[in-house]
Ligand binder design. Structure first.
Ligand SMILES: [Fe+2]
Length: 387
């Protein structure tokens, strides 16, 4: 059993979580409770067009001092710096993000510049900050990234074509407002791939977490919720019960992931996103079963627990057999969700695989994969299978 060894860990979840249908209406109250009165809203065009930004603007009322709506998929340094400058000009004392992971991460990165000044490049890496930054309220409009509760911002460096990490407990949102009605209009494919990001957090989160007694429980419950509710959300986006359960699953997996380490699935998804613009959840969805097979010997005990949580009858199976069954079941699951199965369908050119394999070796997450990756040829083999 995995826990029969000396344990040593720190576990933390600094974010207050509020959950209820239509609780987005409490955004202004949450800003006040943080001791703030000048909220700056950050979002993207899609959220504006869906009428969701307006709901938050209304809720903020007189506390709203400005809105920035130029975020995009894989938000870049220039966007973070521009938005932070406008927030400072408007005298913002609180940042409110409304959107997917990219918007929420943009605001995490901004919180450093609004409070402490300088250029975003000054804060690259882990544990650079020594004190709390500008308070943030995160309002997710999809159910996947868990960004509303994590202590990391991933921002794309458009010049270098790679994704850069900013890791600190001081950039985790202070409050996460989980309102499933905000996800009602999310199209089936986006629902599916963001949901698969959450499933990936739950699976990868389990295999390299010092705080495993806490993290495993969160991950396993997130997996159960996702297996049951994600197909319903994809089938019928108006099912608020399923939307709510999926939203909670994503947040639960996010809390776990924030107390764990990413592995090779995220390594490849980050790199494929940086090089070829592959959406994060799609990259994860395609790579997850392949990486599970790659890791099988080193993570079989955890994968067997995952298989059980997925509803597979593991009686009589060895851990290796159960782990393999889990990987196969995930592939079947994504097929049924209608998610593309191959990197070739996700915009990765065949002649780009070599570069992808090589660049993946320098992504910060690769060292945490349970099976040590010796060189890029091993990644290349995996990519060929997934292409
Ligand atoms: Fe992710």
């Amino acid at each position: 059993m995995a826990y029969e060894r000396d344990l040593e860990f720190i576990y933390s979840n600094p974010t207050k979580i509020t959950y209820r249908e239509k609780c987005v209406e409490d955004a202004g109250v949450e800003v006040s409770e943080l001791g703030c009165s000048k909220a700056f809203l950050v979002t993207d065009q899609g959220v504006v067009e869906a009428g969701l930004a307006e709901r938050v603007q209304k809720a903020l009322g007189a506390k709203l001092v400005g809105t920035f709506d130029e975020c995009c998929q894989d938000s870049g340094y220039h966007i973070v710096e521009k938005a932070a400058e406008i927030a400072r000009e408007n005298g913002a004392d609180c940042l409110v993000s409304v959107g997917g992971g990219s918007v929420i991460d943009t605001v995490k990165a901004m919180s450093q510049l609004v409070k402490s000044g300088g250029k975003l490049a000054d804060y690259e890496g882990a544990q650079i900050l020594t004190e709390p930054q500008t308070p943030q309220v995160a309002i997710p409009t999809n159910a996947g990234t868990g960004a509303e509760v994590t202590n990391v911002a991933v921002i794309k460096d458009w010049d270098r074509h790679l994704k850069q990490f900013f890791v600190s407990p001081y950039i985790a949102p202070n409050v996460a407002i989980l309102d499933p009605t905000l996800t009602a209009g999310l199209p089936p494919m986006l629902t599916a791939i963001t949901g698969m990001d959450a499933l990936t957090h739950a699976v990868e989160g389990m295999v390299d977490a010092p705080a495993e007694p806490l993290v495993d429980g969160l991950c396993l419950h997130a997996i159960r919720l996702i297996m049951k509710n994600l197909p319903v959300c994809v089938e019928n986006g108006d099912d608020m019960l399923a939307r709510g359960q999926q939203m909670l699953a994503a947040t639960i997996a996010g809390i776990a992931f924030s107390n764990s380490q990413a592995g090779l699935v995220h390594t490849i998804a980050h790199t494929a996103g940086g090089l070829f613009g592959v959406p994060h959840g799609l990259g994860n969805s395609i790579m997850l079963p392949h990486v599970m097979m790659f890791n099988l010997e080193d993570a079989a005990d955890k994968y067997a627990m995952i298989a059980e949580a997925m509803g597979i009858d593991v009686r009589g199976m060895s851990d290796m057999e159960a782990g393999e069954a889990a990987a196969n079941a995930i592939m079947e699951f994504t097929k049924k969700l209608g998610v593309p199965q191959k990197l070739s369908e996700a915009g990765v050119p065949e002649d780009g695989l070599e570069q992808l394999a090589e660049q993946a070796m320098s992504d910060g997450t690769i060292i945490y994969n349970p099976r040590i990756v010796m060189d890029s040829s091993e990644v290349m083999e995996l990519l060929k299978k997934a292409w």
